[in-house]
Design a protein around this ligand. Structure first.
Ligand code: SAM
Ligand code: SF4
Length: 372
């Protein structure tokens, strides 16, 4: 693989998406040399600007609750973490926070939380979606594995995007990171069901996981292409002390995890071109300007936390979660200033749907799809 000059890989990648020569994403993902990193990130940033402009689309993220039926070995809100006080926001809280999001001009919102299945929760989310529909926000849900019927009901109630990370494209690695009753195959089937329901489908992985190889990372990127994802949300794994995986020393230093996270963004942009890619909070947990670095590596979406500060400590997926005490208004000003430093602006008033979604469906951008 090293026989191919890096510039030749970049040139091929820029020609068209999914260019097989980027079947070298393993090489892109593990680059370390400063000149190589500069070249790959500059090419990925150029592609980001070509497809999304020098603008970053915002989605305020509301952490709906930390009640979860799952027990993922890496996650701070897993059901076996007995040291956590559990909470669930009310429909009134969610409606109020959706107004905060709309007033901030973000035009899109993410409702995320632990995984709860069953009629009561399905109906509750449906009610919340119907209550916030008049705000005409682009709504992303990230509520784990559900039945196709539930996904369909939530789509009908106003959600248009769904984020469900596959976590790793390797079934073997997935099995080492989850209890035996968690199924990689079901997660893939859920992604297919979301696609059938007409969502803009987002997936993603964690990188720098114990036991993960460069080939696993390369396959992750190819997986995104094979499933034809519209949106990618990925970031470095960060240990949480109250989890089984958090008790194992992480394989890489924080700086190495940050570099890997940025390389994955750049390699994914070079491979897929027109998808939305989030610059995730996990990057910010590793460096104060981690999210800006993510944009310069090819990401075009940020998800400022708009959850009331009193709940944020109870939704710590990993140690060192940033902005625990920063309210939505402070966060908005801070992001604007940070983006200005790198010559980017906030895409206020635009939903920032995935260009790839429009390319594959033929729908027109910014056409409201639910309430007209
Ligand atoms: N429960 C839903 C699910 O799992 O899809 C949505 C919420 S879950 C908290 C969102 C994401 O957090 C997961 O997909 C996982 O990738 C990420 N996450 C959990 N623990 C993490 C950790 N220790 N480090 C980095 N990311 C983590
Ligand atoms: Fe629950 Fe999601 Fe955390 Fe897994 S990653 S324990 S499903 S909140």
């Amino acid at each position: 693989m090293d026989a191919i000059p890096l510039q030749a890989i970049i040139d091929k990648a820029l020609e068209r998406p999914r260019n097989p020569t980027v079947g070298a994403p393993a090489r892109l993902a593990v680059l370390v040399g400063p000149a190589d990193l500069r070249a790959v990130r500059a090419a990925a940033y150029d592609l980001k600007c070509r497809h999304c402009g020098r603008r970053v689309s915002m989605r305020g993220i509301v952490e709906l609750g930390n009640v979860c039926a799952k027990d993922c070995l890496y996650c701070g809100i897993r059901k076996s973490n007995a040291s956590l006080e559990r909470y669930r926001l009310s429909a009134d809280d969610i409606e109020r926070l959706a107004r905060v999001d709309a007033d901030a001009g973000y035009a899109s919102i993410v409702l995320q939380g632990g995984e709860i299945e069953g009629e009561a929760n399905t109906a509750f989310i449906e009610e919340c979606l119907r209550r916030i529909a008049p705000l005409r926000l682009g709504v992303t849900l990230s509520l784990g594995e559900q039945t196709e019927e539930t996904y369909r009901r939530w789509k009908d109630a106003g959600a248009s995007r769904y984020l469900l990370r596959i976590e790793t494209s390797s079934p073997e690695l997935y099995a080492r990171l989850h209890p035996a009753d968690h199924s990689w195959e079901r997660r893939v089937e859920c992604l297919r069901a979301l696609r059938r329901c007409g969502y803009q489908v987002g997936t993603g992985v964690m990188c720098a996981l114990p036991g993960q190889t460069p080939l696993d990372l390369a396959r992750d990127i190819v997986f995104f292409g094979d499933i034809d994802a519209d949106m990618i949300g990925m970031g470095p794994y960060i240990p949480h002390p109250d989890t089984p995986l958090g008790k194992i020393a992480p394989p890489l230093s924080p700086a190495e995890r940050l570099r890997l996270g940025l390389n994955m963004i750049a390699a994914t942009r070079l491979y897929l071109h027109d998808v939305n890619i989030a610059s995730t909070t996990a990057l910010q947990a590793l460096a104060p300007d981690g999210r800006e670095q993510g944009v310069l590596a090819g990401a075009n979406v940020m998800m400022p936390n708009i959850t009331d500060t009193k709940y944020r400590r109870r939704y710590q997926l990993y140690a060192g979660k940033p902005c625990l005490d920063e309210n939505a208004a402070l966060c908005r000003g801070c992001l604007e200033r940070r983006l200005a430093v790198i010559g980017e602006t906030v895409n206020y008033g635009a939903r920032g749907d995935s260009p790839h979604y429009f390319a594959r469906t033929g729908e027109s951008p910014e056409t409201p799809r639910h309430d007209d």
